[in-house]
Design a protein around this ligand. Structure first.
Ligand SMILES: *[C@@H]1O[C@H](CO)[C@@H](O)[C@H](O)[C@H]1NC(C)=O
Ligand SMILES: *[C@@H]1O[C@H](CO)[C@@H](O)[C@H](O)[C@H]1NC(C)=O
Ligand SMILES: *[C@@H]1O[C@H](CO)[C@@H](O)[C@H](O)[C@H]1NC(C)=O
Ligand SMILES: *[C@@H]1O[C@H](CO)[C@@H](O)[C@H](O)[C@H]1NC(C)=O
Length: 529
């Protein structure tokens, strides 16, 4: 299948140019927001910044210590001298040397000490923190992180207290959220009017605060305030009596606080005037096909057959691929051990420097947008970038029998906190996105390589046909997006489930239709089976 890259037809150049342009546009729209939470590889940078800030705070402490040392030594020395004098003042002051020294130090030294005390400590370290601020996560990052945790919680039907204590989907981790984490989540969901979740998270914060832990002074939470917010969340859930008890606790923590007392009496009135109010039930929505797939609840993939495929090319006769048929309609196969660990690590190193927030093409605006429904970072790699990309493209031809001419570049992607991609089709639908499909046709097939194992979550699910593929490093899944007549196949609706634990890396190839007029080997075969 080795095709010489020397001669490149002009239409292909145009394709490369548009792809590059698109990558640039992708980059631009993502640049103003760093999207910290959307890729594990991206968050590594944040850890380095944190480490540097800790060093900075430590050097601030050194400076404080140095000043402290100077002051304390002087205090010790002065106390000694002053104590000696006070023992017998007349005797002490009768000596002219003592008398002069007292006059001199009282006249001069305290001015110097006042000056020394006024000098700020660690100004350099303070401005260093200021300098780093723009590298720190923004409020948008916080919101995305809050959304991501919630997505994990809801998709996998987890429980707030379990999650706070590191029990994720039945597996215990030696990690937990502290009061500040839980409280921040509570406040965020409260603002989002998810009062049931808000009250549970604030309750977690209260539990933590009542434990033996202690927060450093600048980060301390106002307990009365936490209780007050908890009460407000309970009121929203119509749990008036519980709320009253909580407000009572808040009022004992902050005595004579007018705001709290006022709220308490309002609530007492509410209880009198609405005695029969029914507390809102906290309910979790019924799992749809998507959630069931993510949770691994589809019927097991029947192994239709599993063969060493060696028919498509001369290469494969030498190195057959382990192929497993998952579905006939739409045609979908899995290849095992189709990309090696060393190829994977090379792909990752190629990708890391260019990782940018993934976008979704909007057919109304005809532009790529950052959206909540797709949280990951991507890089596009030119087919002719190096030996590896050339080899991988050739392998995809071996796997699919398709010609890679006019297809899209390899896309390498890394998911982050709760990283996912909501249900979508890979095809564009040429009747509505003519501009995107005119040159090379629609996306006839998708090849999705898994570059890492994912400890928990992160399955690729096809809810309409109840198929789920869980990531396994070195495996690839291939499916046809278009039906025989060239129209998109709605059965290929698929989604990337939120990652629970792990750094999920994948590599995509979207194969375009135009070049494949005489090649549609798999489908032709499968329809005859
Ligand atoms: C969460 O699970 C714990 C025990 O596993 C249980 O006590 C608690 O009631 C659960 N909370 C919710 C809101 O279901
Ligand atoms: C959990 O982590 C803490 C420190 O993070 C460590 O001291 C402790 O030994 C760990 N416990 C287990 C069971 O690994
Ligand atoms: C493609 O778009 C047309 C026009 O909106 C629509 O009628 C058709 O159902 C779409 N095809 C698919 C497969 O979604
Ligand atoms: C091998 O793969 C090709 C392309 O996917 C397909 O046409 C062929 O039928 C497969 N061979 C076997 C034995 O399944």
């Amino acid at each position: 299948m080795a095709r010489k890259i020397v001669h490149m037809p002009s239409w292909k150049l145009i394709f490369v140019a548009t792809a590059l342009l698109r990558a640039l546009v992708d980059g631009q729209s993502a640049d103003n927001e760093q999207s910290h939470s959307t890729s594990v590889a991206g968050m590594e940078q944040l850890l380095r910044v944190e480490s540097e800030l800790i060093d900075n705070l430590n050097s601030y402490a050194d400076e404080l210590e140095q000043k402290l040392y100077v002051v304390r030594s002087f205090v010790r020395q002065m106390r000694k001298e002053n104590g000696k004098a006070l023992d017998n003042p007349v005797h002490y002051l009768s000596n002219p040397l003592n008398a002069f020294s007292l006059i001199r130090r009282m006249h001069q030294d305290w001015t110097h000490w006042q000056h020394y005390m006024q000098q700020p400590v660690g100004e350099q370290q303070v401005s260093h923190v200021q300098l780093r601020r723009e590298q720190l996560p923004s409020s948008t990052d916080m919101e995305e992180a809050g959304d991501a945790l919630h997505r994990i919680l809801v998709t996998y039907d987890l429980n707030v207290s379990d999650m706070a204590q590191g029990l994720l989907n039945g597996k215990k981790y030696n990690v937990s959220l502290n009061a500040l984490d839980s409280y921040a989540l509570g406040i965020y969901y409260y603002d989002q009017q998810k009062f049931g979740y808000a009250s549970q998270w604030i309750f977690q914060a209260i539990e933590w605060l009542q434990g033996p832990h202690k927060l450093p002074l600048p980060l301390e939470l106002d307990r009365a305030e936490v209780f007050h917010v908890y009460a407000e969340a309970l009121i929203k859930m119509n749990r008036y009596k519980d709320a009253l008890q909580v407000l009572h606790t808040a009022a004992t923590l902050k005595k004579d606080n007018l705001k709290l007392l006022l709220r308490k009496s309002e609530l007492e009135t509410l209880i009198r005037t609405e005695p029969n109010v029914v507390p809102k039930k906290f309910f979790t929505p019924q799992a749809q096909a998507y959630e069931r797939g993510c949770r691994g609840q589809y019927p097991q993939n029947l192994k239709l057959y599993c063969v060493y495929n060696s028919t498509t090319s001369a290469f494969l006769r030498l190195a057959p691929l382990k192929m497993e048929l998952i579905s006939l309609d739409p045609y979908m196969v899995i290849y095992h051990d189709v990309i090696s660990p060393s190829e994977i690590s090379e792909l990752q190193s190629l990708a890391v420097p260019g990782l940018k927030r993934a976008t979704v093409f909007n057919q109304q605006s005809m532009r790529n947008h950052v959206v909540k429904t797709r949280t990951s970072k991507v890089t596009w790699l030119l087919d002719t970038l190096n030996q590896l990309t050339i080899r991988l493209n050739r392998r995809i031809t071996d796997m699919t029998g398709f010609d890679m001419y006019g297809s899209e570049m390899l896309q390498v992607m890394n998911y982050g906190l709760g990283g996912h991609y909501d249900k979508h089709y890979d095809y564009f639908n040429s009747s509505v996105a003519a501009d995107l499909t005119r040159l090379n046709g629609d996306r006839i097939a998708t090849v999705l390589f898994y570059l890492t194992d994912v400890e928990q979550g992160g399955a690729t699910v096809f809810p309409n046909i109840e198929k789920a593929v869980f990531p396994k490093s070195g495996t690839a899944v291939v499916w046809y997006n278009l039906r025989h007549d060239g129209n998109g196949d709605p059965q290929t609706l698929h989604a990337a489930c939120p990652v629970i634990v792990g750094s999920k890396w994948v590599c995509n190839k979207w194969i375009r239709e135009r070049q494949q007029v005489f090649r549609r080997p798999c489908l032709a075969n499968s329809k005859n089976v």
